[in-house]
Design a protein around this ligand. Structure first.
Ligand code: AMP
Ligand code: ZN
Length: 475
């Protein structure tokens, strides 16, 4: 498999450190609020990567942190503490906020068929590991104490700006209101490893350390949690593109200074989901969550389908009309799968293997999910029996996780439960709706109106919904 590596800025062949095994780390959510669907785009694409590696036969171990301490709104050492901000907003303690939004995050993930990583570790579980790493960094001369805080000294590195050539627009999201300068820093890019003196006097979570009572900086958690569960050599590190700098740059600085050798081979960054007024944010505009989409009548898997239709390395523009298109395409896809007579024949294994090639070729080429979805449609069009089509599609869904088996089964059940007369009526109306859509496409308005009138005369009413045209019988 070839994967774009942000560290080399080329598509490189994925060669694991240990044959057949992949050690994969993912930056987890900062649990001070619900995840927005932009955050979840990153987790969906990382989920596809993990599942495709497993599908390809790798033994994958994936670890994710939960950020429940230390993350400031600037992503660097300025701004407000995100967890404190959440606690104040809801008049709760930081730990209550963390617990609530961690659960909410995994509930959203479950709705989107995102698998929970093998290990999930909250940062507040690992304070002693952080202290240990900081002590080693101090001993090795990579860190210094100033004004009560411990800083990483970036001037001690031969290379620091590993990802600095990232897309400027995406980077701007990461480095938000970097207003105040910290006079304690020896170099502009130095960053805090441990705070004992911070502007947050009401900081709730504090721990004892050799440097006084305080709390860790944000970046140290990912270095330590990864080392704790995945050892000294990591194969793939994932995150959204805004994590590339400063977060991942600082993770590399800390980990490699601590270890004394190269740490991670592949850096997988998912580009942003944007709205037409720019970046997606938890604080401005409509706060787009999975629950909001559900309340508007969308199946969360429609959002997953929407994400898979574009490449992870391109910014994706969210809009309701675009989501409506995905909803219609998803419903049609389920209907086509439900209509397969897969019980009537046996799977043609040779044909199945041939069809799978299109899918693996797409994903082997830098996880091209939109071509993988095209490969799925190619299966439906292929000149093979229905059992083969069904088996191949379900095989693809081990990676895509679009709930195709369940969705198609639900449609079949609905169909079977309907009396014959209803089924006949339904077939007739569906045919008329399709003919009307064709007429509209051909700008044959007279024919489209005629079809609507014919249906109306039979007391059949059409309504436009995000999932396509729906019909009902007039009471
Ligand atoms: P956070 O909860 O802010 O720590 O972010 C969780 C994950 O979402 C990180 O991997 C971010 O890089 C990623 N992320 C943040 N905003 C977006 C966005 N608009 N589109 C895609 N991923 C994002
Ligand atoms: Zn991280």
């Amino acid at each position: 498999m070839k994967l774009y590596n942000s560290a080399t800025r080329t598509k490189d062949e994925l060669v694991p450190n240990e044959p057949g095994k992949i050690k994969m780390y993912t930056c987890g959510p900062t649990v001070y609020h619900y995840a927005h669907i932009g955050n979840l785009r990153s987790y969906i694409m990382e989920d596809v990567l993990e599942k495709y590696l497993r599908y390809s036969g790798y033994d994958v171990k994936r670890v994710m942190n939960i950020t429940d301490v230390g993350h400031l709104t600037s992503d660097a050492d300025t701004g407000e503490d995100k967890m404190l901000k959440g606690a104040r907003r809801e008049h709760k303690t930081v730990m209550e906020i963390a617990r609530f939004y961690t659960d909410a995050f995994f509930a959203d993930c479950a709705k989107l068929n995102i698998k929970t990583p093998d290990v999930v570790e909250p940062a507040t579980n690992c304070i002693s590991e952080f202290i240990n790493m900081i002590e080693v960094l101090l001993k090795k001369g990579y860190a210094y104490e100033a004004g009560g805080n411990i800083y990483f000294d970036t001037s001690k590195l031969t290379e620091y700006y590993v990802f600095n050539k990232q897309d400027q627009e995406d980077l701007a999201v990461g480095v938000r209101d970097g207003v105040e300068e910290d006079g304690n820093k020896r170099n502009k890019c130095d960053f805090v490893l441990w705070f004992t003196k911070s502007k947050f006097e009401d900081q709730e979570l504090k721990w004892d350390s050799p440097w006084g009572v305080g709390y860790p900086g944000w970046h140290i958690e990912c270095s330590c949690i990864s080392l704790k569960h995945l050892g000294e050599r990591l194969d793939i590190h994932c995150g959204g593109i805004d994590n590339a700098f400063p977060h991942h740059t600082n993770e590399i600085a800390q980990s490699e200074a601590f270890l004394g050798h190269k740490w991670c081979n592949f850096w997988f960054h998912v580009h942003h989901l944007n709205t037409d007024n720019g970046k997606m944010s938890k604080s401005s505009g409509e706060f787009l969550t999975v629950s909001l989409l559900e309340s508007k009548g969308y199946d969360p898997l429609v959002y997953r389908f929407f994400c898979l239709q574009s490449h992870y390395r391109k910014s994706l523009m969210f809009s309701y009309p675009a989501l409506d298109n995905a909803a219609q395409a998803y419903q049609k896809l389920l209907a086509r799968i439900a209509a397969l007579k897969n019980e009537d024949s046996a799977v043609d294994e040779a044909a199945a293997a041939e069809l799978k090639k299109g899918f693996t070729d797409a994903l082997d080429n830098d996880l091209n999910t939109s071509l993988a979805v095209t490969a799925l449609y190619d299966v439906l069009k292929a000149d093979v029996n229905d059992a083969t089509k069904y088996a191949v599609i379900m095989d693809f869904d081990r990676v895509l996780s679009l709930g195709l088996e369940k969705g198609a089964a639900a449609l079949r059940e609905k169909e079977a439960a309907a009396p014959a007369a209803d089924r006949e009526l339904e077939a007739y109306v569906e045919q008329m709706i399709a003919a009307r859509a064709e007429a509209k496409k051909a700008k044959n308005w007279a024919e489209a109106d005629r079809i609507r009138d014919e249906l109306k005369a039979k007391r059949i009413v059409l309504t436009d919904t995000p999932q396509g045209v729906k019909w009902s019988l007039e009471q």
